[in-house]
Design a protein around this ligand. Structure first.
Ligand SMILES: Cc1ncc(C[n+]2csc(CCOP(=O)(O)OP(=O)(O)O)c2C)c(N)n1
Length: 533
């Protein structure tokens, strides 16, 4: 005989899911009892942190991530981060405890009355098994749901008295040992038709989206661009939770602007736009204009049927992005003979002023950035400057919140570092953004997670002031952040931290942080305002 708990942990083992992020309560202790030695539990002190860490871990580890939350309030606290995970397409199992089955009907304390409803808009699948014996089966389904394209969070609510229940083999054996995969390639006729359109194009463009990296299609995207002499733009930063193309490559032209009008103007220079692994498009803010001007044509490749269906223009192919790009490379053969696109200009050097321009801070980071480093970014008004100065060029080097809910950056950086212990994670944060996951500093020191944090402090919600100007809003309150000291807070949680001013001081402090073991934080004062370079 086996218990629900044993069968569940066997299921997790089989899927390589031996890291569990969470914040426990009395309703989760049954699951955590006699915690197996081959598993690791990573404690987040608030649920947004636990979910954010699991999101980063899921994206960077190649496994389904797992976060365990405390019944209704825990899931409630985590919902903003679950929203982000959905936008990031992070394959994520979210579990939560529930009151004992015999007490649910009387709505005893801690009963989650609508357990399945609470996370619903933001998860792919939400379930509470009707019998204890169904818990492993429900979890197996949730894991498959989370991993199948488009990957995303799936939720299971588990009554607290289920874990000790004994199972008959017949109740669980068949679902533990199942592989389910759905990486599909378009048919050869579809590939040929796409190859023909590319061959005929005079000024073809590849828009590189986050799903290229997630599907392992990086090399295929580079080969396609090089052989076909494609100009390459990154999909707008608003939805670009990962990079799809090396940003120091001569074919790379820049990051598409996110608003309809300006984006349409960039596309107008091309006759065929191939969008790989992005929605069409993560538009924001609302600057009207032409979506696509004749005679430009657009074709999107995405594994997400919803993205394909809701695109306002162009054709779409629903298939695995990496496999489709590889098939296209094969079908198109060697060189297209086209003229290569002109390379874009190097990023201009930012002036050495006080306070430092955000671009100068990013350039200082770039000078020290480890060759195999990974950036997790949440510093809204410096996003373009960082992408311009750093020009990351390796797969799996960049994570950003496609959902835009703050709190992702600090938390996810820890999850990414746990998933990629051989690579150095650098987390670049605004001092405002850091507050939404501030307790993650405790987890960083408690588990010796050696993330290096760079906080760009400008004493305001700069991006919101930029939006105010764009929306012609004057007199909005709540946009200033005087006296916020992230370094002092990080130190209070046990993370060594410095505050610096000029470029040389920053260089020295960052070099010291990179040379040190364990987590380190450098806070630098920067000039407010949207920084493009
Ligand atoms: C959960 C959540 N709440 C509020 C916002 C709105 N918001 C977007 S950017 C921003 C300011 C971020 O400030 P900071 O990190 O200091 O960066 P800066 O704008 O100064 O670059 C806020 C509050 C959000 N995106 N997510």
């Amino acid at each position: 005989m086996t218990t629900v708990r044993d069968a569940t942990f066997d299921l997790f083992r089989r899927h390589g899911m031996t890291t569990i992020f969470g914040n426990p309560g009395s309703t989760e202790l049954g699951m955590l009892a006699d915690f197996p030695a081959d598993f690791r539990y990573v404690l987040g002190l608030q649920e947004a942190v636990a979910v954010g860490m699991a999101d980063g871990f899921a994206q960077a580890s190649g496994t389904v991530g797992h976060v365990n939350l405390h019944t209704a309030p825990g899931v409630g606290n985590g919902v903003g981060a679950i929203f982000n995970a959905r936008a990031n397409k992070a394959p994520l199992l979210v579990t939560a405890g529930q009151q004992a089955r015999s007490l649910i009907t009387m709505q005893a304390n801690l009963t989650n009355r609508a357990a399945v409803e609470v996370p619903k808009p933001f998860v792919k699948w939400s379930y509470e098994p009707p019998r204890a014996a169904d818990v492993p089966y429900a979890l197996a389904q949730a894991i498959h749901q989370a991993a199948l394209p488009p990957s995303g969070p799936a939720f299971v609510s588990i009554p607290m008295d289920d874990w000790e229940v004994e199972l008959d083999r017949v109740d669980f054996a068949s679902h533990v040992a199942r592989d389910v995969s759905a990486r599909t390639r378009p048919g050869s006729a579809q590939i040929e038709a796409l190859a023909l359109r590319l061959r005929k194009a005079e000024r073809p463009l590849l828009v590189a989206g986050p799903e290229i990296d997630a599907s392992g299609g990086w090399d295929a995207a580079v080969a396609l661009a090089e052989r076909q002499r494609l100009a390459v733009w990154a999909s707008p930063a608003t939805g670009g939770n990962r990079l799809g193309f090396p940003e120091d490559h001569p074919a790379f032209q820049g990051i598409l602007p996110p608003a309809v009008g300006p984006l349409g103007e960039v596309l107008a220079a091309y006759d065929l736009v191939l969008v790989a692994g992005s929605s069409v498009f993560p538009y924001y803010p609302n600057i009207p204009g032409e979506f696509l001007q004749e005679p430009t044509e657009l074709i999107a490749i995405t594994s997400d049927p919803d993205e394909a269906a809701r695109a306002p223009m162009g054709d779409a192919i629903v298939a695995d992005v990496g496999l489709t790009l590889a098939a296209l490379v094969e079908a198109l053969g060697e060189d297209s003979g086209r003229m290569p696109p002109a390379p874009r200009d190097p990023a201009p050097a930012a002036a050495d002023e006080t306070p430092l321009a955000p671009g100068a801070a990013c350039a200082t980071l770039a000078a020290l950035f480890p060759a195999d480093g990974i950036v997790v970014l949440e510093s809204p008004s410096s996003t373009p400057a960082l992408r311009n100065q750093l020009r990351l060029s390796r797969p799996g080097s960049y994570y950003f919140s496609a959902g835009g809910g703050l709190g992702f950056g600090l938390a996810a950086a820890l999850g990414v570092q746990l998933a990629q212990p051989e690579r150095q994670v650098v987390c670049v944060l605004g001092e405002g953004s850091a507050q939404y996951a501030i307790t993650a500093f405790w987890t960083a020191q408690a588990y010796s997670i050696p993330v290096k944090f760079l906080v760009l402090r400008n004493n305001e919600y700069s991006i919101l002031k930029w939006f105010s100007a764009l929306e012609e809003v004057t007199g909005a309150p709540g946009l200033d952040l005087p006296h916020l000291d992230v370094a002092a807070t990080a130190r209070s949680y046990g993370v060594p931290a410095d505050t610096v001013g000029g470029r040389e001081e920053l260089h020295e402090a960052l070099a010291g942080a990179f040379a040190a073991d364990g987590p380190r934080l450098v806070q630098v004062d920067v000039a407010p305002g949207m920084a493009l370079v």
